[in-house]
Design a protein around this ligand. Structure first.
Ligand code: ME8
Length: 644
């Protein structure tokens, strides 16, 4: 890796497309970045945290046209949505880059020109299969389908052939240098499994990359050849340079470049782990330290994404719980390299058990006792006994582990360690029973020591929770009579017994609401209904409805589809014949309980093959939290009766 004289820590998120509004997936990456940034600041490092939006390209052009807007109007609207979500999630970024900003556009053109001058960019003709949705030419080994088209391996959509004059970047010339770079910097791609993936891809051979388009108007023009616009990925990746000051804030650029970590989802790993270092090598910039490709949040085992229509609006949770429980859940539930399935049940369970019970109760109980038994302050603290010392020593050992985990970006492990300690504090109180000691006037000093020890432990815990839950941690810190913002307290100067004698403890208010799953789902349904009302309703005419053959079907056979978790193969009697239908209801209903049941079905739905079984119709069910709920008919409703 090239040497440099930088002094600060530089972290980035992807810049998000503005063709749709932000969802939990975007929130996830940005929350991780914010947590790491806050953590580094506690260590006294100077941090630059960049996020922003990717605003050019065909996708955005199309999305704007569909809404009757100019691309920049759509971008402005969506940028507003991203910025207010980041504010509501307490994201403390240092700069928000938009690729439509002149400072970015000029920087990209300058680098483009530099690479032209060097001969790393040249003009030619490109013909290939192009995916509009992903703005990407398909790899050549993607096979033709029966209908003569190719399907994009990333998004599953149909691609079209595009042939155009364009500028190429000499990616092929860098293959061996890139492989050498990976070898010398095994931590460049993390987690390590992803590095293997990248290396074997590069070993198969790199072809030159087409990096301009004549078919897309919404983009940065090629210098002195404005019929061509710069390919959106070449444009977007350079945000990491322009966002930190390249060509407009030299001092900042010097201080922070190269990036310490580009945090991204694994979906865009190849762009970051292959194209990006090569662009930088060609333009002679030092290379970033790490590209971290985190896992995906899934809904019902498929990736949450706008194109699949299964994204989760963060406000469904934010409106009820605020930012911290959501931040905590996303970071605690899975290691950042792995995928996780998002369920509201899982969320409520974690929040109620970890936050409301373990942590919230501990703080509430301890501070209330300090108010009631010590008039809210510590005077005359008794000697430290073995139990008290153990609690302190456990912390002294623990803090190093917590720091190491944060340093490795294993945030879930850091949180696990913190919770082990929270349990120790709870146990310490249970064993020492201050509520009993309080009854004995002769044991005042002992009582004060126990409460002081517990409060000291809560104080350091709040400190370590701050990167993940900045608002609640700050509140707990203030309850303990600490006036300063947590971020002013350097880790190196943090002491276990940091509470000053006489420091006035405040009466706490509950930090985390306890919400039952039932109440939350009720609230969520209401919120969803009201936001859907705002969307335009699509009507069908009565004639269109009449075409549907809806009937009462009777289940006469039911069995699980092998190798799947949810699919059940049904034989349904629809009055005139028996049909095979495949339904994703096996997580809720067992084959046995479905036998003999009557339910509404669509009899004239075009057959489709699902997991090798031809499904000749569809059963109807309500969907709640991704799970089916079927409304069965009474037994005496005749099989095959029309449903109107
Ligand atoms: O790809 N789980 O933008 P994008 C976890 N503009 N993270 C998710 C996710 C999910 N289900 N869905 C999205 C682009 N993300 C380009 C990036 S960078 C130079 C250009 C997160 O709006 C994750 O970080 O499609 C993923 O990489 C990113 O959003 C994709 O955002």
């Amino acid at each position: 890796m090239a040497e440099n004289s930088k002094k600060g820590f530089y972290i980035t998120t992807p810049i998000y497309y503005v063709n749709d509004v932000p969802h939990i997936g975007h929130a996830y990456t940005t929350i991780i970045a914010d947590t790491i940034s806050r953590f580094k600041k506690l260590l006294g490092e100077e941090v630059f945290f960049l996020t922003g939006t990717d605003e050019h390209g065909q996708k955005v052009e199309k999305a704007a046209a569909e809404k009757g807007l100019e691309p920049i109007e759509l971008a402005d609207q969506v940028v507003g949505r991203f910025k207010s979500l980041w504010q509501d999630l307490n994201i403390g970024y240092d700069f928000f880059i938009r690729t439509t900003q002149p400072l970015h556009e000029k920087g990209v053109q300058k680098i483009f020109q530099k690479l032209m001058d060097k001969g790393d960019i040249y003009k030619g003709i490109y013909k290939g299969w192009y995916c509009v949705s992903d703005e990407n030419f398909l790899p050549e080994d993607v096979p033709l389908e029966e209908d003569g088209y190719k399907i994009c391996p990333d998004c599953g959509k149909k691609a079209g052939v595009v042939s155009e004059e364009c500028y190429f970047f000499k990616l092929s010339a860098y293959q061996s240098r890139l492989l050498r770079f990976y070898e010398e910097n095994p931590d460049f791609v993390r987690p390590p499994s992803r590095m293997n993936e990248v290396v074997s891809f590069v070993r198969q051979g790199l072809k030159d990359l087409s990096i301009t388009r004549t078919t897309v108007k919404w983009g940065i023009p090629v210098p002195d050849d404005s019929d061509h616009t710069i390919y959106v990925w070449f444009d977007a990746l350079h945000n990491y340079l322009t966002g930190v000051g390249y060509d407009w804030n030299q001092a900042r650029f010097q201080k922070f470049w190269p990036a310490d970590i580009h945090l991204i989802g694994k979906d865009i790993l190849r762009f970051h782990a292959i194209f990006w270092p090569v662009f930088l090598m060609a333009a002679e910039f030092p290379l970033p330290r790490t590209v971290f490709g985190h896992g995906w949040w899934l809904r019902d085992e498929t990736k949450m994404s706008k194109s699949k229509g299964n994204v989760l609006d963060p406000y469904l949770i934010l409106n009820t719980f605020g930012a911290d429980p959501l931040r905590y859940f996303l970071l605690r539930e899975i290691p950042i390299g792995l995928d996780g399935n998002f369920s509201h049940e899982g969320f409520i369970h974690r929040v109620n058990s970890d936050l409301a019970n373990d942590l919230g109760n501990l703080i509430q109980r301890t501070l209330t006792m300090i108010q009631n038994y010590c008039k809210g302050k510590f005077e005359e603290i008794g000697e430290e006994e073995e139990e008290d010392e153990n609690l302190r020593l456990e912390y002294e050992k623990l803090k190093k582990r917590i720091i190491d985990y944060y340093e490795e970006y294993s945030i879930n492990r850091a949180l696990e360690e913190i919770w082990i300690y929270i349990n120790s504090i709870n146990r310490y109180l249970a064993v020492n029973e201050p509520w009993k000691i309080a009854k004995d006037k002769t044991k005042r000093k002992r009582l004060t020591r126990i409460l002081f020890q517990a409060a000291s432990a809560i104080r350091v815990i709040s400190y370590f929770l701050y990167p993940v839950m900045p608002e609640s941690a700050q509140k707990a810190w203030n309850f303990l009579g600490e006036e300063r913002p947590i971020q002013k307290q350097l880790y190196q100067e943090l002491k276990f017994e940091g509470l000053r004698p006489g420091q006035k403890i405040k009466t706490p208010s509950p930090l985390f609401p306890r919400v039952s799953l039932k109440d939350f789902l009720k609230e969520e349904t209401l919120q969803k209904a009201s936001s859907q009302k705002e969307e335009k309703m699509e009507y069908v005419t009565f004639d269109e409805f009449k075409k549907m053959d809806l009937r009462v079907g009777e289940i006469v056979e039911a069995e699980k589809v092998e190798g799947t978790e949810k699919l059940i193969k049904l034989k349904v009697d629809i009055g005139t014949e028996k049909r095979t239908m495949v339904a994703g209801i096996g997580d809720v209903y067992s084959p046995q309980e479905l036998m003999g049941k009557k339910l509404p079905v669509i009899a004239n739905l075009k057959p489709a093959v699902i997991r090798g079984v031809e499904s000749q119709g569809m059963i109807l069910a309500a969907e709640v939290e991704g799970k089916a709920t079927i409304s069965f008919f009474d037994k005496d409703v005749p099989t095959g009766a029309r449903v109107r």
